[in-house]
Design a protein around this ligand. Structure first.
Ligand SMILES: [Zn+2]
Length: 369
């Protein structure tokens, strides 16, 4: 089946909403944070651990899976869910963002993008049609249109060209996409320019996608600008469709996004930070390799009930990180994903009791970056 979305409750004081996203791989409570499983694995986690952390949906990257092991091999394996042993839902990105940020670009034209692989330098060409072929082969629950994201800092002309091309490509993606078990989301581009964002969102909404993402943010612009863009972009999107803010995962930004009406988020931040020893706690981020934790026999976060915090001390965790043990990444990731999962649960609880603003203020007062 394709996805269905239901708004359960709308916040009175903010634009936030509580919702449910129905997929053939489970019902997802929104607002939701999606951990990133770049290469068909959320690094350092088994699918069972993700389930234990109440993760309902993950994101995987088409660009990486297309280059290695190849989307056709994944089809042969029975699709991405079966290939990676994940029973929950999967959203795949279109590969556009990675091609523009990782690949060695040769040429962008209206036809598509030619680039060299960041792995072996081999030559590739991805068009909107090819991006649909790859994602249909992967068999994710939600696919994304192929879009062009102008690199920041940018000029208005550059952003306008990319935004117009994104609309043309969205139209072609919609024509090429035919899968009864996958839903295709559109992506709004337009940088930090109000007129471009509104025009882009309106044109995209005319194409009638089952969900809409806001792309091209969190690419280096100041956070205040990102929030401004959300203030005028989100109201252009239909209220009965899910809204997804791409590449945003800092707890503060998630709270600001939710208050502005965003339902879905993804980011490598919690998992990447975990591997680098940067751990989220109720009082802010903590760098576990800091010498002050050498003889700290207390848990990472007294308020956290995750496996890591219930069983290990900061002294032990620091030791694992200092000696570059595999378990460091595992325990750190369990904690950071538990933190994100709890944050989203608390946000949903606050929304159901109509006290999101109070929760947001309380969280931000304690959480020092
Ligand atoms: Zn913990």
């Amino acid at each position: 089946m394709t996805i269905k979305f239901k708004v359960i409750k709308e916040s009175k004081k903010t634009k936030a909403r509580l919702g449910k996203l129905y997929t053939s791989h489970g019902i997802i409570d929104t607002p939701v944070f999606m951990p990133v499983g770049t290469q068909a694995t959320v690094k350092a986690m088994t699918p069972r651990e993700l389930e234990d952390l109440s993760i309902q949906i993950i994101l995987s990257n088409s660009y990486h899976l297309y280059l290695r092991p190849g989307h056709n091999l994944i089809t042969q394996a029975g699709g991405l869910h079966k290939f990676m042993g994940w029973k929950g839902a999967i959203l795949t990105d279109s590969g556009g963002f990675q091609i523009f940020s990782l690949g060695k670009l040769n040429k962008i034209s209206d036809e598509g993008v030619s680039f060299n692989s960041h792995i072996d330098g081999s030559k590739h060409f991805i068009s909107p049609e090819k991006a649909m072929e790859i994602q249909m082969a992967l068999g994710s629950d939600i696919a994304m249109v192929f879009d062009e994201c102008a690199p920041y800092p940018y000029g208005k002309y550059q952003v306008e060209t990319a935004a117009q091309r994104t609309i043309q490509w969205a139209r072609r993606c919609k024509e090429a996409h035919h899968s009864p078990n996958q839903s295709l989301f559109g992506i709004v581009q337009g940088g930090v320019f109000k007129d471009l964002r509104i025009e882009n969102a309106n044109k995209l909404v005319e194409l009638n996608f089952p969900g809409y993402a806001i792309g091209g943010l969190s690419v280096g612009e100041p956070k205040s600008l990102m929030y401004e863009v959300l203030d005028y972009t989100v109201p252009c999107l239909p209220i009965n469709k899910p809204r997804y803010l791409m590449g945003v995962g800092a707890p503060q930004s998630i709270l600001e996004g939710v208050a502005r009406g965003v339902d879905m988020f993804d980011c490598v931040l919690p998992t990447r930070n975990a591997r680098n020893g940067s751990l989220f706690t109720s009082s802010g981020k903590l760098s576990i390799t800091n010498a002050k934790y050498k003889e700290d026999f207390t848990p990472l976060d007294n308020k956290c009930k995750c496996y890591t915090c219930r069983n290990f001390t900061k002294t032990y965790l620091r030791h694992l990180y200092m000696s570059k043990e595999m378990l460091a990444s595992i325990l750190g990731t369990i904690h950071n994903l538990y933190f994100m999962s709890s944050l989203m649960k608390n946000i949903r609880l606050a929304l159901s009791e109509d006290r999101l603003l109070e929760y947001k203020e309380e969280f931000l007062a304690n959480y020092l970056d």
